[in-house]
Design a protein around this ligand. Structure first.
Ligand code: ADP
Length: 398
């Protein structure tokens, strides 16, 4: 059985063709710089099937062309998607609002509802919609399934999801905590339980999804009870380019005194803040190198990042009462031993003991980085949102 998974972003499309049962990846790739004028020899699409990587050079004017090129590359590598007997196409959709909280078969009506949710996710849902429309046009006979980033957090307790504002205004405008990266938090917490040989229903977990975007979640017995992202993916942890939490008064202050309008502040907080805002770079590998050269603000960026992360870990330990497992995942969480060590340093009295050798080991599989006598198991678990989406889509279409 094969499922094509599509993650359509504002200027990129990531995709995988995989078997949801065995997790074997038949092909994967990325379309980048959609809508940008690029040099004729610039590589904009990379498609890998088995050992072979095929490239496409030149501008990609829109998502539809991007997917056309991808389909041609599939054919060039010997896999014609139109005749691949696909069980489904699984689409990552960022915002499901209060409407969608399960994998959902995409009909015209569902698509319209996803379009309507764009007011809540103006940066994310429109490109998701374009990806869905393009895939439906190219593969009209294959069921298309939307898997929502917000779904895992749909049932957050009222106290966690309610912002302390006028409830009428909140209800009229859909203002509540939705949470994002839910597919990853769900998958990783399941993998963590499996690694420990425990039932997820018997565990209290904290999951730290630290990629370019970053979020934390508190999960009791498999149910999310809190998460750091909010109405939008801007709230919470310090991220590659996003500020995470800040005093909302800063926004009024900048609009009133810095000559910025709403869009300027939006760009500032979403694209030019976080690690990048403080240090100039958003990649932790580069940040590490800058810190070594004594760069004036790189260490500060790292410290601000860790300070926020520890604040959330502390908050979620108290919310959960007892914690059985803390799991790091995504690009930074899976690879940066220093971030992991500093995030949980000095917490021995709370039952958290990191084993330095285990933490520093270069390993790509799920593993324990706490000591054997640590009451709290600390794990690193690679996330795999594509596999989770493929499985959800395959389950839905039977
Ligand atoms: P996205 O949120 O875009 O899916 P990822 O989960 O792939 O992001 O994480 C990307 C980030 O992971 C990079 O920006 C970088 O900061 C970090 N990263 C990737 N590899 C390493 C590494 N070996 N060491 C430290 N950080 C890494």
């Amino acid at each position: 059985m094969k499922v094509l998974v599509i993650n359509s972003g504002s200027s990129s499309i990531k995709y995988q063709l995989l078997d949801p049962e065995t997790a074997d990846v038949c092909a994967h790739g990325i379309v980048q710089r959609i809508g940008e004028a690029v040099e004729p020899d610039a590589v904009t699409v990379e498609h890998t099937a088995g050992e072979k990587t095929l490239e496409y050079q030149g501008s990609i004017v829109d998502h539809a062309q991007g997917l056309h090129v991808v389909f041609d590359l599939f054919i060039a590598s010997g896999q014609d998607l139109a005749h691949a007997d696909l069980a489904a196409v699984g689409h990552r959709v960022v915002h499901g609002g209060g409407v969608f909280y399960r994998p959902t078969l995409i009909t015209d009506e569902v698509l319209r509802a996803i379009v309507d949710l764009s007011s809540l996710a103006p940066l994310h849902n429109p490109p998701n919609v374009i990806g869905i429309e393009s895939a439906r046009a190219l593969l009209p006979d294959v069921p298309q399934v939307a898997v929502f980033d917000t779904a895992f957090f749909h049932n957050l307790p009222a106290a966690a999801k309610t912002y302390a504002i006028d409830p009428e205004i909140a209800a009229a405008h859909g203002v509540r905590k939705y949470g994002f990266h839910g597919t990853s938090h769900d998958y990783v917490s399941g993998q963590a339980a499996a690694f420990l040989g425990r039932d997820r229903a018997d565990l209290n977990q904290i999951v730290l999804h630290l990629g370019n975007g970053a979020s934390a979640s508190a999960i009791r017995a498999g149910q999310a009870v809190d998460t750091s992202m909010g109405l939008t993916p801007l709230e919470g942890l310090v991220m590659g380019t996003r500020s995470g939490d800040l005093d909302p008064g800063i926004i009024f202050h900048l609009i009133r005194t810095a000559g910025m309008d709403v869009d300027d502040v939006d760009v500032l907080l979403n694209r030019n803040s976080g690690i990048k805002g403080i240090s100039g770079v958003n990649d932790f590998r580069e940040l590490g190198r800058l810190i070594e050269t004594g760069h004036p603000t790189a260490k500060l960026a790292f410290d601000v990042y860790i300070h926020r992360l520890r604040r959330y870990v502390g908050a979620y330990m108290i919310e959960l009462g007892t914690v059985d497992v803390v799991t790091f995942t995504a690009g930074v969480g899976e690879n940066d031993a220093k971030v992991r060590a500093e995030a949980l340093a000095g917490l021995e009295r709370y039952g958290i003991r990191i084993d330095a050798d285990r933490n520093n080991a270069k390993d790509r599989t799920a593993r324990r980085i706490s000591t054997d006598d640590s009451e709290v198991s600390v794990l690193v678990v690679p996330t795999n949102e594509e596999l989770a989406i493929a499985r959800a889509a395959a389950d839905l279409v039977g």
